[in-house]
Design a protein around this ligand. Structure first.
Ligand SMILES: NC(=O)c1ccc[n+]([C@@H]2O[C@H](COP(=O)([O-])OP(=O)(O)OC[C@H]3O[C@@H](n4cnc5c(N)ncnc54)[C@H](OP(=O)(O)O)[C@@H]3O)[C@@H](O)[C@H]2O)c1
Length: 272
């Protein structure tokens, strides 16, 4: 049996990408083979997915069928790459299957040397893809055909806005968009702590902090406002907001965020 798509590492991110394709009808479940690491994950996953999807573990003898698909999505953890690479068959001459990697920090150069005979694409999706509100940066390797490029866009567009970037910009992209949810979550938690200190119940404070962040993002987006415009709209003369902004400026919040994004970019480069 031959499959159209082989997923190596059917975890959270791969499921978030593949489910909309199958549920939306652009990929038949029977055209998909998905590989997980451990045998117990097979039955667990099979019970959660459409029954026509073939799910196997990495020790299954049919593993080679995933590597024979014309489109291969690699979505294991970066530290599992060496183990996966140890058993990858080289594709037949002239086949040049497409390998889409979502592994954080794994460069095109490494992908191309680890998976010879394949054309590679490096994708950097962020966690909000799990709720179809994501961003995804794409860097193309050599020799990706326009048909393959269209396939990649079709895979990421249902869950994210897709941007095509030179690979040299992916570290900064990742520092902003992939690490960004952690900065924002920290802010939500700290704002809620402030409200608790000022007398609101914890549950309510957390929910209100989250809604404030989500509503602010929607307002910036829908009215195409620069962040400074929105800040100035909210901060009236002599009012409560400007009193709070004064405290944030004194504490260096703006500079801390700038340095955080730069530090994450530099760390991403150092990890290679
Ligand atoms: N989740 C995110 O929000 C996010 C965001 C951006 C990028 N990414 C990238 O996406 C990749 C996957 O992340 P994830 O969060 O989806 O991880 P995950 O949920 O842990 O999924 C990893 C999957 O790989 C499987 N696996 C482990 N060893 C394997 C092997 N030797 N052969 C085949 N499959 C194997 C695991 O199976 P078992 O469970 O049986 O071990 C699991 O299904 C990572 O490289 C990460 O950098 C994720």
């Amino acid at each position: 049996m031959s499959f159209a798509v082989g997923v190596i590492g059917m975890g959270r991110m791969a499921q978030a990408l593949v489910r909309p394709l199958v549920e939306g009808g652009s990929l038949r479940g029977s055209d998909l083979i998905a590989v997980v690491g451990r045998e117990p994950s097979v039955a667990h996953l099979q019970s959660q997915l459409q029954s026509e999807i073939t799910v196997i573990s990495s020790s299954d003898p049919r593993m080679h069928e995933a590597w024979e698909a014309p489109v291969q999505l690699l979505a294991v953890k970066p530290q599992q790459l060496d183990q996966v690479a140890a058993s990858v068959p080289t594709p037949p001459a002239g086949a040049a299957p497409l390998l889409i990697s979502v592994l954080a920090g794994v460069t095109l150069e490494r992908l191309q040397s680890t998976f010879p005979g394949r054309v590679c694409v490096r994708a950097v999706p962020n966690t909000p893809c799990l709720v179809a509100e994501g961003l995804c940066g794409l860097a193309w390797g050599c020799d990706v055909t326009s048909e393959q490029q269209a396939w990649v866009r079709r895979m990421f567009e249902p869950v994210s806005e897709v941007l095509e970037l030179p690979e040299s910009q992916l570290d900064a992209f990742l520092a902003l968009t992939s690490s960004g949810p952690a900065y924002v979550a920290l802010m939500a938690e700290a704002m809620a702590d402030g409200a608790v200190a000022a007398g609101l119940p914890r549950d309510q404070a957390l929910r209100l902090a989250q809604r404030t962040l989500a509503g602010t993002a929607a307002l910036l987006d829908q009215q195409q406002l620069h962040p400074a415009q929105l800040k100035d709209m909210v901060a009236s003369p002599g009012g409560t907001t400007i009193a709070a902004l004064r405290v944030l400026e004194k504490a260096g919040l703006r500079s801390a965020l700038i340095e955080a994004v730069v530090a994450a970019t530099e760390r991403g480069r150092a990890l290679r």
